[in-house]
Design a protein around this ligand. Structure first.
Ligand code: SF4
Length: 426
């Protein structure tokens, strides 16, 4: 465990780097939203009963529907090296594909146990791909807690798909805007309509809704990240010849406008056209945020690390809702992908990267913030200490992107404070 103060990513933004005990999800959790996005894909975790319990708890009632995820549980014989885990995996996959003929893409998802016993899932995916060629694609990525935190699981899944994306050789296909990162279906449709109105005719998404319909990539592809946690995927797309559009993330009115305007700018669309399409949205978004700003303005906010959405959220809550930032924690800070966001944070904002839970909780208690954004493991204990909290996981499962969602997003934070005020009998 350690804590060091590193040089700032831009003037006025010191970063406290910490390591130690952490209170975060592992990357397996991202299966919960990825399987909903691609209904023809199946996510097979190769892990332990702990991993199976985690997914069941995170997915809640979804486990009662026809599940598109499961766990191949490594038994004691596998862990002791007595059984050939590869043979068992092949048998299990054959059985799964026989029972579920609709599966088109199978993700083998690595976990802590599979990594610790050095089960080579990349090789297993290649072998299974040959066995089931023409029937299903088999991909591999790691969602283990040793390597990944929460939303980084999505980065791994998308990265695994990049090599399968066809080259954008055909000039008719080459000029496209590629939105990268899972968005709620309704939000994605709305954003694509807006891009078309701005004058960008070809907009595609990664991940696509059908896992087999991967968008092409190459020179002429301009990538706009819809989520901030996709560092490895962004790098891989750039390596395939795509160009990355620098922009803040589509959180809040200001961020969403800047995000869409950056894409329009990259396609050479005139500022007057951008303003004609976006300004009415901005106006409506601001009006929707206003009643929540009344509750939030002047309140002190502390964000614990969870999803890498913390910096864009902090930027929205400070600039558009008037909140004061006590500390903004993030599990991982990619300075390049976060540059536009950092430039919009108030000067002197305390950022922290990584976590040393006890030290961070001491800072929470000492600063007595009005609202703490944290995971479920900390929310009720902090409430019991008299500190208002907002569960961070809701921010990953709710449609929060775009100008149209800004009011609902502000409401998610204002609700905690309103409820607290309503329950206070003074
Ligand atoms: S992958 Fe690791 S951290 Fe995640 S549930 Fe399995 S054992 Fe736990």
């Amino acid at each position: 465990m350690s804590a060091t103060l590193t040089s700032s990513p831009h003037p006025g933004v010191p970063v406290l780097k910490e390591s130690g005990q952490r209170e975060v999800f592992c990357g397996l959790t991202s299966i919960v939203w990825l399987h909903r996005r691609m209904p023809d894909a199946f996510f097979l975790v190769v892990g332990s009963r702990t991993c199976a319990h985690l997914i069941q708890s995170a997915a809640g009632v979804m486990i009662f529907a026809e599940p598109r995820f499961g766990t191949a549980i490594l038994g004691e014989r596998d862990l002791a090296g007595l059984a050939d885990a590869n043979e068992e995996l092949d048998r299990l996959v054959a059985k799964l594909l026989e029972r579920r003929p609709e599966i088109r893409t199978l993700f083998l998802v690595g976990s802590c146990p599979s990594e610790v016993i050095k089960l080579d899932l990349a090789k297993a995916a290649e072998r299974l791909q040959q066995q089931h060629a023409g029937r299903v694609r088999v991909l591999n990525y790691s969602g283990s807690g040793i390597e990944t935190t929460f939303t980084q699981g999505e980065d791994g899944a998308l990265l695994a798909m990049v090599p399968l994306m066809p080259p954008a050789g055909d000039p008719a296909q080459a000029d496209q805007l590629l939105l990268v990162g899972t968005l709620a279906d309704g939000v994605e449709e709305r954003l694509i309509t807006l891009f078309e109105r701005l004058g960008i005719p070809t907009v595609r998404s990664l991940p696509p809704r059908r896992s087999t319909e991967l968008p092409p990539v190459g020179a002429g592809t301009r990538v706009l990240l819809a989520q901030p946690f996709l560092s490895a995927t962004a790098r891989a797309l750039v390596d395939r010849g795509a160009e990355l559009i620098a922009a803040p993330y589509p959180i809040g009115v200001e961020g969403s406008r800047a995000w869409m305007a950056a894409a329009a700018h990259a396609f050479g669309i005139a500022p007057a056209q951008i303003a004609a399409v976006l300004d009415p949205l901005v106006e409506r978004g601001r009006q929707a945020v206003a009643p929540h700003r009344e509750v939030l303005a002047g309140k002190r906010l502390f964000l614990l690390p969870d999803s890498q959405l913390e910096i864009p959220l902090a930027r929205f809550l400070s600039r558009e809702c008037g909140m004061e930032l006590v500390e903004v924690g993030t599990p991982y800070l990619d300075r390049r992908l976060m540059a536009e966001e950092l430039a919009l944070l108030p000067a002197g904002t305390q950022l922290s990267e990584g976590q040393h839970l006890d030290n961070q909780l001491e800072r929470v208690r000492a600063s007595r913030p009005d609202l703490v954004v944290c995971g479920l493991g900390l929310a009720n204990p902090l409430e019991a200490e008299g500190i208002a909290t907002k569960w961070s996981i809701e921010l990953v499962f709710s449609p929060i992107h775009g100008c149209d969602q800004a009011g609902d997003l502000a409401e998610l934070f204002a609700r905690s404070l309103r409820r607290r005020a309503a329950l206070t009998f003074a």
